[in-house]
Ligand binder design. Structure first.
Ligand code: S3P
Length: 170
């Protein structure tokens, strides 16, 4: 069976939704950010600081290629995965793409809880979020199913995804 791939901006709930979805469906869960950290042996913040974003994107791409070759997995991607058409072609070839979104207010609130995202660790965080969201909006809309997580718990989002899959989305 095809993989289920979660895309979306930072703070839209990809990891929590993905983990729950995998456990509900009895599938393997692959978290790309975590794979990058394991492979390099550093946190994402350390990777950006030490080697820069380009190195991070290359590592991310290699791990996307590996994950896309899996079967039956639930894959939670990092928010920047959509920036590479190659990444998306690999993921689409054997995957259903589910895009999670949230309002800018929700994203500001959720991403403010932790300082694990190097792109947002700066004083003009809110402007950066607005800019990145504008730049990437169209990329996140190119999916088999788009869901807002503003008013939804991960549990409710998972219910919606499972309903979609059962109706023939997979
Ligand atoms: C990024 C999102 C992050 C992580 C990195 C870059 C982005 O993942 O991959 O900090 O460019 O949007 P999450 O979306 O899981 O926070």
């Amino acid at each position: 069976m095809k993989n289920i791939v979660l895309i979306g901006f930072m703070g839209t709930g990809k990891t929590s939704t993905g983990r729950l979805l995998a456990s509900r469906l009895g599938r393997t869960f692959i978290d790309i950010d975590k794979k990058v950290e394991e492979q390099v042996g550093m946190t994402i913040t350390e990777i950006f600081a030490r080697y820069g974003e380009e190195f991070f994107r290359r590592t991310e791409h290699n791990l996307i290629a590996e994950a896309a070759a899996a079967e039956n997995a639930v894959i939670a991607t990092g928010g920047g995965v959509v920036l590479s058409q190659d990444n998306m072609s690999l993921l689409r070839a054997n995957g259903v793409i589910i895009s999670l979104s949230a309002s800018i207010g929700t994203i500001i609130e959720r991403t403010g809880r932790r300082d694990t995202r190097p792109l947002l660790n700066r004083p003009d965080r809110e402007q950066v979020i607005e800019k990145l969201l504008t730049e990437r909006a169209g990329l996140y809309q190119d999916a088999d199913l788009c869901l807002s997580t503003d008013e939804c718990s991960p549990q409710q989002t998972v219910d919606k995804i499972i309903r979609f899959l059962r109706q023939g989305g997979l």
